[in-house]
Design a binder for this molecule. Structure first.
Ligand code: GCV
Length: 666
């Protein structure tokens, strides 16, 4: 039975799967061979395309029974699908027939979406056979969604796209059709796992593990046909909070028994459950430190519980002192994850994955790649990115993060392997989606979600080409003008955002709590370990080995040496690694202070230009989308001006040195 394509509620944007994206697949004679739930999903997709655009689809006939334009073959024969794994697919074109072969259901579905992306080209001329396999087995989204609305953080922590897709009024949504549509969008960009609740596990959410597992199972049921497995964030204190035990000590037998029993019940409800995500001893969450145990002890406790069922524990490495004394210059938050976890390398169970944020701090617009990723060869690591734009404009600003992620994934700590190669435990990102009609608040932020999925599949893909794919799917009738316009506003938007916000890798300077808008000293005298140390003479954090916190020494060659000296440290990270005078000459030839002035003026000018480009696209994109983006550009521009003026005035007042070009500073 074909699985019907999800029906979107009135007014909800189809994002990168509008019906017209399937025009080339419709209008064909298609044969689907093979059976199983994902073959039914594929069948439903093709049937819907045929319903709209003509053509017909036949299931399970023997090849050769008739001539087909498209054969979607779930089996071991044909194009040597045997070494493609569950998710790979091969495709070829011969004698007027395009064939996709896969040995697993997910592979077949990904193969179909590949054909959708190719459009007419999939059915034109001849082309060389192709084989596709994801570089990373786990491509996952973490949702920081609360089941019950949190008094401070709301329904979705750091969510800028309305309410949760999964939860409403303290329960799983009764109607999960939109979640089904989400699963379909995720499959179309290659994402295969979702954690459905916040890593900060409050009391209501803790119960999802036990008496409320049925709600998670209902979500898992609608995601499964799209090849998306469901994961759950759990509280390390669950044996105490839910089980009534006096302790959550990972070495206590009763605690181990409690986790084993609770996990067995989870798998009874969700047989293909992916596993647990854990934030422990981090920003107030409970963890093994309370019992004098290590994080390997903690992670292995849960790994033992999910292990018999094939599950995984994603144990987050975001462990640092969030109650630091700002007067204390010896403690450096950037060092913390490395200091905590490197001594544990080799101690984690094979199904315990250490999930490391890509930078050592917290998703700032510019950070070096975390040294921890290069320092734990005997541990399975997952790298965590942030698609939700907490520090990059909160989906009110255009900030396409593809180029940043691509740099991170290609970074090599040493000669042997890139970050993507070290991420054997997968690539994970905090989702930016919610129940907003455009899914992501800012319609152009959809490009970030799509790009994340595609880079997780192929980390060496050119981000610009991924953006082309997104444009082609989202706007199937896009003219060259529209496509050029979209590139013009998106391609450089991350660098534009960087220009008008915190300079040269120093980070923060945001308003406290919600993290939107400028406040240069917002976190300067706070306990969070996020300082810039600006005074009348200079700015930046000395993280050198010679005179600073020693963080630069956490890298191997060549980075440790490169970062150690202000003369060789890349400009864009200078203030992350060094405290320098305002007159310090950058490699670009300008002084730090003049760079700050110049980039802040430029950043605002670039937003003004982008706003104009967007205005010129009216009539080329649908009205609602155009209006929403136009409205957000007004906000972005006014916020960018505020950033420019606060930052420039702050440094002018501190240093007394005017802009050499005499522009207006307050
Ligand atoms: C879910 C930052 C965010 C928090 C988030 C935390 C984390 O501190 O501001 O909202 O908590 O990162 O990644 O756990």
């Amino acid at each position: 039975m074909p699985l019907p394509v999800p029906v979107l509620p009135e007014g909800v944007d189809p994002a990168w799967l509008p019906p017209a994206a399937f025009r080339a697949v419709g209008g064909r004679r298609t044969l689907i061979r093979g059976s199983g739930p994902l073959a039914e999903t594929v069948h439903g997709e093709v049937a819907e395309a045929c319903r709209r655009f003509g053509g017909r689809v036949v299931c399970d006939a023997r090849p050769g029974d008739a001539a087909y334009d498209l054969v979607l073959d779930l089996g071991d024969e044909g194009l040597g699908a045997d070494d493609l794994g569950e998710e790979g697919f091969a495709c070829a074109r011969e004698g007027g027939t395009t064939t996709v072969t896969a040995s697993g259901g997910r592979g077949l579905l990904y193969g179909l979406f590949h054909v959708v992306r190719l459009g007419e080209a999939a059915f034109t001329g001849g082309w060389a056979p192709e084989r596709h396999r994801p570089a990373l087995a786990l491509r996952m989204l973490d949702h920081w969604d609360n089941v019950a609305v949190h008094p401070v953080m709301g329904q979705v922590e750091r969510g800028y796209a309305g309410g949760s897709l999964f939860w409403e009024d303290g329960r799983a949504r009764g109607d999960l059709e939109r979640v089904r549509a989400y699963g379909r969008l995720l499959a179309a960009c290659g994402i295969n796992a979702v954690a459905v609740n916040n890593v900060n596990v409050h009391e209501t959410e803790a119960h999802l593990l036990t008496d409320r597992i049925g709600e998670v199972a209902a979500i898992a049921d609608v995601l499964r046909p799209y090849g998306v497995r469901t994961h759950l964030s759990v509280s390390f204190a669950a044996p105490v909070v839910l089980g009534g035990l006096p302790t959550a000590d990972p070495l206590d037998e009763a605690v181990r028994g409690w986790w084993a029993a609770a996990t067995r019940r989870v798998y009874e409800a969700i047989p293909d459950f992916g596993g647990y995500v854990v934030k422990a001893d981090s920003e107030g969450q409970p963890g093994p430190f309370a019992y004098g145990r290590s994080h390997a002890d903690g992670a292995n406790l849960l790994a033992a519980a999910v292990g018999p069922f094939g599950g995984t524990v994603h144990w987050r490495a975001f462990v640092y002192d969030h109650r630091q004394d700002w007067r204390d210059r010896t403690t450096d938050r950037a060092r913390a994850a490395y200091d905590h976890f490197v001594p544990l390398d080799g101690e984690f169970a094979p199904n315990a994955v250490l999930q490391v944020k890509h930078g050592p701090m917290d998703f700032q617009v510019r950070e070096p790649v975390s040294p921890l990723i290069g320092a734990m060869p005997r541990t399975r690591l997952a790298v965590e990115l942030q698609v939700t734009q907490e520090y990059t404009g909160q989906q009110r600003h255009v900030c396409w993060l593809g180029p940043m992620w691509s740099q991170v994934l290609r970074f090599r700590h040493g000669p042997e392997s890139s970050v993507a190669e070290r991420a054997r435990g997968g690539l994970v990102a905090v989702s930016n989606a919610g129940d907003d009609p455009f899914w992501t608040g800012h319609p152009l932020a959809q490009a970030n979600l799509y790009t994340f999925g595609r880079l997780a599949w192929r980390p060496d893909a050119e981000p610009r080409e991924v953006l082309d794919e997104w444009i082609g799917l989202t706007f199937p009738e896009a003219s060259e003008r529209l496509s050029d316009g979209l590139h013009a506003v998106l391609d450089g938007s991350w660098r534009t955002y960087e220009k008008y916000t915190a300079p040269l890798g120093v980070g923060w300077m945001v308003q406290t709590g919600h993290h939107y808008g400028p406040s240069v000293d917002g976190y300067e005298y706070s306990p969070w370990g996020t300082y810039h140390f600006a005074d009348r003479d200079g700015i930046g954090v000395d993280r050198s080995v010679a005179s600073g916190t020693g963080y630069a020494g956490q890298y191997g060659k060549p980075w440790a040496e490169l970062y150690e000296s202000p003369d060789t440290c890349p400009d864009e990270l200078l203030l992350f690694f060094h405290h320098v005078p305002y007159g310090h000459l950058l490699q670009s030839g300008t002084t730090v202070l003049q760079h700050i002035y110049d980039t802040h003026f430029e950043g605002v000018e670039e937003v003004e230009e982008a706003r104009e480009v967007w205005a010129s696209l009216a009539g080329l994109v649908d009205r609602a989308r155009h209006a929403r983006v136009a409205e957000r550009y007004e906000e972005q521009l006014s916020s960018a001006r505020e950033w420019r003026d606060q930052i420039n005035s702050y440094f002018f007042r501190k240093s007394g040195v005017p802009d050499e070009r005499g522009r207006r500073i307050y």
